[in-house]
Design a protein around this ligand. Structure first.
Ligand code: SAM
Ligand code: DTB
Ligand code: SF4
Length: 331
């Protein structure tokens, strides 16, 4: 790998000049960009950002866990896996009325998208029926709809699209090489297949990953290049900082240098210039200043509201004050 961080003299770089949406990224190229001197990287990311987006704006998505815990999968980061002794208890799926009320509240608070998550490997037929009702009800409120329910068949994806689902969230989580260290109960190819079904059904894709699971710089770049080299870039790219939950295998994982999170966001911005990059899980453990750097690096979306799925997120009021202090407005 070229050592851009050490050299400090490789800027400006022709590869970065007017990159446009490309799908032929090499991981070495990504590692070079990721490793630029911090200010050069942020300057490039912010320059790309301003060519594709209105500056100082942020998109707000609110999450609701419609089916908590008891999941058969073994994702090493996840408090909802039935395999780990965490404080999350398995619950039944919420009713359509409760979900609609939560969506109404999210809309009143200023969210534009409502994302329903379920701790499933994949949805069962009768469970999906109720999700379809939820999607239609949330859509009728005038919100964008998103769901994350695990693996989907082509038919399930079509049914969700027909019910009014705009986005499907299904993360690759990490690089192809590191993935087997994190999940053994489904493959990378399984995930890519679900993404293809989502696309084929005509929905938008929300797909990203997690930083802080012990992965290397190479893994972070390889994850982002897998996303950037998809036939179409995901419209939303959530970058999660691992929320370390006691009882999970990653409950005591080493916390990465915060600048690595900023660099990852900057690389996502540069490599997928027209995509919304979401500063996702992990904001509760970040300072306002670190979040501001993430926005400077090109993040233009957040999860908004007190709760992620099972863990906490900054209060809506705190976020509103932060946006005001930074001159950011919600879109
Ligand atoms: N069960 C479905 C699935 O895995 O596709 C949907 C819900 S799952 C919780 C959605 C995503 O949340 C995961 O792919 C992962 O990227 C993220 N996630 C889960 N636990 C996390 C944690 N502790 N910290 C950061 N991100 C997490
Ligand atoms: C995503 O990329 N992050 C969200 C959402 N998609 C579903 C989930 C974060 C979960 C954090 C841990 C928890 O609250 O359980
Ligand atoms: Fe289950 Fe999703 Fe958690 Fe994996 S990330 S254990 S599939 S809820």
């Amino acid at each position: 790998m070229m050592n851009a961080r050490a050299s400090g003299s490789l800027f400006p770089d022709p590869a970065l000049k007017f990159p446009g949406p490309r799908h032929d990224w090499k991981t070495e190229e990504a590692e070079y960009i990721y490793s630029l001197p911090f200010s050069d990287l942020l300057f490039q990311a912010q320059s790309v950002h301003r060519r594709y987006f209105k500056s100082n704006t942020v998109q707000l998505s609110t999450l609701l866990n419609i089916k908590a815990g008891g999941c058969p999968e073994d994702c090493a980061y996840c408090p909802q896996s039935a395999r780990y002794g965490t404080s999350v208890k398995a619950a039944r799926m919420l009713g359509v009325g409760i979900v609609t009320e939560a969506a109404e509240k999210a809309k009143r608070e200023g969210a534009t998208r409502f994302c329903m998550g379920a701790a499933w490997r994949s949805p069962r037929r009768d469970d999906l029926e109720r999700v379809l009702e939820m999607v239609s009800a949330v859509k009728r409120l005038g919100l964008e709809t998103c769901a994350t329910l695990g693996m989907l068949t082509a038919e399930q994806a079509e049914a969700l699209k027909d019910a009014g689902l705009d986005y499907y969230n299904h993360n690759l989580d990490t690089s192809p090489a590191y993935y087997p260290r994190i999940i053994t109960t489904r493959t990378y190819e399984d995930r890519l297949r679900t993404l293809r079904h989502v696309r084929a059904a005509g929905m938008r894709v929300c797909c990203g990953g997690i930083i802080g699971m012990g992965e290397s710089l190479h893994d972070r770049c390889a994850l982002l290049m897998t996303l950037a080299n998809l036939p179409e870039h995901p419209e939303s790219v959530p970058i999660n900082l691992l929320v370390r939950v006691e009882g999970t295998p990653l409950g005591a994982a080493e916390i990465p240098d915060p600048f690595e999170m900023v660099r990852t966001i900057a690389l996502a911005r540069i490599s997928m210039p027209a995509s919304y990059v979401r500063l996702s899980a992990g904001r509760s453990s970040m300072s306002d200043e670190l979040q501001a750097l993430c926005f400077l690096a090109g993040a233009n979306s957040v999860f908004y509201g007190e709760q992620l799925l099972t863990t906490e997120n900054p209060a809506a009021g705190h976020d509103r004050r932060l946006f005001q202090r930074l001159g950011i407005t919600a879109v």
